[in-house]
Design a protein around this ligand. Structure first.
Ligand code: ADP
Ligand code: MG
Length: 310
């Protein structure tokens, strides 16, 4: 067993431009190690390059340069072994409408060379909750069922590593919970899980480690705990009841006066309790007309991390 399930060095991908469009550099030299047994999150906004990275791991997109090792197998040297080590649930719903779930799983197992005696089609159908739909045409399945079938397809060859590309985009709460329960169980059984998302909360809830990727580069990679510690900046916005004579002063609080008369107080929730911020406001003799808080969104997080300020 390799200590890193995946090792990526200086991975680059440039998509060739079409008619009248310039080539696009989607990955700009990615270095990443994904520990065996972890749930690893690739977090980034739309267009960051997450799917490109995943699809290179899956062997669906050809890299421009760099090195990819999956379960210790160099993708260029041992393409078959590296492909056999990983199962990918793609972002797109690319199912043949005339297949039935059982048949789709059997065909997928055949593609991966899983002998009939080693196939676990019924077990997988149960795992993804499609045993009742085993012989229904894919086109009659709901969106959620199709996603579950895609998860099943990713599992037919018993991969060491499972990759889920935006598994919960456009998915209802019930399916989301079912997906996470499955993912947790598979991880407890020893499977390394990689998932992409553009929701910070989702990465926070599921992942041991998170890499943040933006515009084709990794801007941060750390344990979830450490990362959240770096990005726990909060903003309290006070609308004073009357123009303030003095500004609040407190350690760890940065004050910004906004054009509409509001005072934005920036602080780190771990170091400075909200109560201390309010205390400073009162101490400055300001009576509060209105108060609200602003959470750092993903965009702020990228800015903070890329500026190197925390
Ligand atoms: P993400 O999954 O993070 O949203 P993608 O990897 O899908 O990002 O896309 C990264 C960038 O590469 C985007 O600017 C996208 O438009 C571009 N891109 C993705 N696939 C292709 C392709 N097949 N041809 C050209 N450009 C592409
Ligand atoms: Mg994507």
């Amino acid at each position: 067993m390799a200590s890193n399930a995946i090792e990526i060095e200086q991975l680059r991908k440039t998509y060739a431009g079409g008619k009248g469009t310039a080539p696009h550099e989607a990955l700009k030299g990615i270095d990443l190690s994904i520990p065996t047994g972890s749930v690893f999150g690739l977090l980034g906004p739309n267009g960051a390059g997450k799917s490109t990275l995943i699809n290179i791991l899956a062997g669906l997109v050809i890299k421009t340069s760099g090195r990819v090792r999956i379960w210790g197998f160099d993708q260029d040297v041992n393409p078959r072994q590296s492909r056999a080590s990983i199962g990918v649930m793609p972002q797109e719903l690319n199912l043949d409408p005339f297949f039935k779930p059982r048949g789709a799983l059997e065909v997928q197992a055949g593609l991966y060379g899983v002998p009939k005696s080693q196939r676990r089609t019924d077990e997988i159908l149960r795992l993804v909750g499609l045993e009742d739909k085993a012989d229904a045409y894919s086109r009659t399945l709901s969106g959620g069922m199709r996603r579950r079938l895609l998860l099943g397809k990713a599992l037919v060859h018993h991969p060491h590593i499972l990759v889920l590309d935006e598994p919960t985009a456009g998915v209802d709460i019930e399916l989301r919970q079912m997906l996470w329960a499955n993912v947790r169980r598979l991880n407890q059984q020893g499977m390394t899980i990689i998932l992409t998302t553009h929701y910070l909360e989702e990465a926070e809830e599921m992942c041991d480690e998170i890499a943040i990727i933006n515009k084709g580069s990794v801007v941060a990679c750390d344990s979830t705990v450490n990362l959240l510690g770096r990005i726990d900046s909060k903003t309290m916005v006070i609308q004073p009841a009357s123009p303030p004579k003095a500004l609040p002063v407190a350690a760890g609080v940065e004050v910004e006066q906004r054009a509409d008369g509001a005072l934005a107080l920036h602080y780190h929730a771990r170091q400075t309790p909200a109560e201390a911020v309010l205390e400073a406001v009162r101490a400055a003799g300001i009576s509060i007309g209105d108060v609200r808080t602003e959470q750092a969104d993903l965009e702020d997080v990228f800015l903070t991390l890329t500026r190197g300020v925390a």
